[in-house]
Ligand binder design. Structure first.
Ligand code: GRF
Length: 230
């Protein structure tokens, strides 16, 4: 039985779009299906996208009652936060251990936490002088952006980047990372066990943070040389 996924989104829904497209590409191989999209904003683009795709789309009031009602009505197994700006009530977090995921547009634990969303994140990255940023997908706990990290993917930060340009580069990484992590968790290839992410034996490659291990020394040295040439 395919895992029943709820996506919560407050904005335009480009991550939702990437997730739906990826699951469609997987067809019968998918680990789960999005059965409902919900938003705290009735005008969210994510709700319009869900309706276009024939998926239940619901505006929910903030707070536990309406979220709990939605999750029960749609028999939701797993929750994906794709740009959802509200905190998930602690009681619900505890009822979905290892089954609530969030995507963040920076390499947590840096540049995360209360108030760190949208271009504020990228402005902080640029102000810090960091030369790498990226996307993070993590399990959700009771605080913003603090749960166990599942996977990350780096993108370069260039000296003349604006927050808008960097946001777009990071978003491209999000669109490729989030769907693959969601499918791996939905299919049970990645699990949260005793606070750590565990892959099933066949899924060693699911862990995205293998960059340095998968590149031979000459290629790595050449890449570092070229990054210094800017
Ligand atoms: C993404 O950058 C995500 O990392 C953050 O909110 C943004 C949502 O964008 N949590 P979209 O609505 O998926 O386009």
């Amino acid at each position: 039985m395919s895992t029943r996924i709820a996506v919560l989104a407050s904005g335009r829904g480009s991550n939702l779009h990437a997730l739906l497209d990826h699951l469609d590409t997987l067809g019968d191989r998918r680990g789960g299906s999005v059965v409902v999209v919900a938003s705290d904003r009735s005008d969210a683009g994510a709700l319009a996208l869900a309706r276009e795709r024939g998926i239940a789309a619901e505006h929910i009031e903030p707070g536990e009652k309406s979220l709990r009602g939605l999750l029960g009505h749609h028999r939701v197994d797993m929750i994906v936060l794709a740009g959802y700006l509200r905190l998930i009530p602690e009681t619900i977090v505890r009822e979905y251990p290892g089954r609530i995921l969030n995507v963040h547009p920076a390499l947590l634990p840096a540049f995360g936490g209360m108030g760190m969303y949208g271009e504020r994140v990228h402005r902080a990255v640029l102000a810090s002088g960091a030369r790498v940023s990226g996307a993070t997908v993590h399990f959700v706990d009771e605080a913003y952006d603090r749960g166990t990290i599942i996977a990350q993917w780096p993108v370069p930060v260039f000296p003349d980047d604006t927050p808008h340009v960097l946001a777009a580069r990071v978003l491209r990484a999000e669109h490729r990372l989030l769907p693959r992590v969601v499918d791996a968790v939905a299919a049970g290839r990645l699990r949260l066990i005793d606070g750590k992410v565990r892959g099933s034996s066949a899924s060693g490659t699911e862990h995205a943070a293998f960059l340095l291990e998968s590149v031979d020394d000459a290629t790595l040295a050449a890449a570092i040389e070229s990054s210094l040439a800017c």
